[in-house]
Ligand binder design. Structure first.
Ligand SMILES: CC(C)(COP(=O)(O)OP(=O)(O)OC[C@H]1O[C@@H](n2cnc3c(N)ncnc32)[C@H](O)[C@@H]1OP(=O)(O)O)[C@@H](O)C(=O)NCCC(=O)NCCS
Length: 147
C-alpha cells in the first residue's frame, strides 16, 4: 500500500515535477513545478506530502494554513494509481495536518475545465460554495528557475 509522508527535496523533487507535468500540464509560469516546489519549501510549514509506492512518487498534496483558512492544492494521483482510494487518503492526510494546527475550515479551488472532479471532493464532504474566486498575480515574484 502507498505510504504518505513529508516531501523530501533530495528524494522526491524530480518525480514530483514529472507527476505534476503529467497530471496538470499547466503552462502558466507561476505553476512551473520547480518554482512551485521552491516557493512551498521556502515557507517551511511541513504541509507538503507525497504518496510513495516502493519509493516511487504516486501522488501529492499541498496544504496551506494562514491562521484563518486551510487550503488544499496540487491534489494529484498518478493515472496508473487512481481509483484505489489514494486521492481520498491524500486529502484526509492533509486534513489531519490542518486540523492539528487548529484550522476551522478547509477551502480548495477547481478549474472550470476540471469541473467533473467536484464529485471526488463531494465524496469527501466538500460542497460547492456560492463565492466568486478572484486572484491577482505578482509578476515580479514569478521567476521560474532555469530547469
Ligand atoms: C482527483 C484524483 C486525485 C482522485 O484520485 P483517486 O486516487 O483516483 O481517488 P479515489 O480512488 O480516492 O476516489 C475517491 C472517490 O472519488 C471518486 N472520484 C475519483 N476521481 C474522480 C473524478 N475525477 N470524478 C468524479 N469522481 C471521482 C471515486 O469514485 C471515489 O468515490 P467512491 O469512494 O464512492 O468510490 C485523481 O483523479 C487525479 O489526480 N486527478 C487529476 C488531478 C486533479 O484533478 N486534481 C484535483 C485538482 S482540484
Amino acid at each position: 500500500m502507498d505510504v504518505i509522508t513529508h516531501y523530501s527535496d533530495e528524494h522526491h523533487r524530480t518525480a514530483v515535477m514529472t507527476l505534476w507535468k503529467i497530471v496538470f500540464g499547466y503552462e502558466t509560469a507561476h505553476h512551473t513545478p520547480s518554482l512551485a516546489i521552491d516557493k512551498k519549501l521556502a515557507v517551511d510549514d511541513g504541509l507538503f506530502f507525497v504518496a510513495l509506492a516502493d519509493d516511487e512518487v504516486t501522488g501529492t498534496v499541498l496544504a496551506g494554513y494562514d491562521g484563518h483558512r486551510g487550503w488544499l492544492y496540487s491534489v494529484a494521483v498518478h493515472p496508473a494509481h487512481r481509483g484505489k482510494g489514494l486521492g481520498a487518503r491524500l486529502v484526509h492526510h492533509a486534513e489531519r495536518a490542518l486540523t492539528q494546527l487548529g484550522c476551522m475550515k478547509i477551502n480548495l479551488q477547481i478549474l472550470r475545465a476540471n469541473e467533473g472532479v467536484t464529485a471526488f471532493y463531494e465524496a469527501l464532504g466538500y460542497s460547492t460554495e456560492p463565492h466568486i474566486s478572484m486572484g491577482k498575480k505578482i509578476e515580479s515574484n514569478i521567476v521560474p528557475p532555469d530547469v
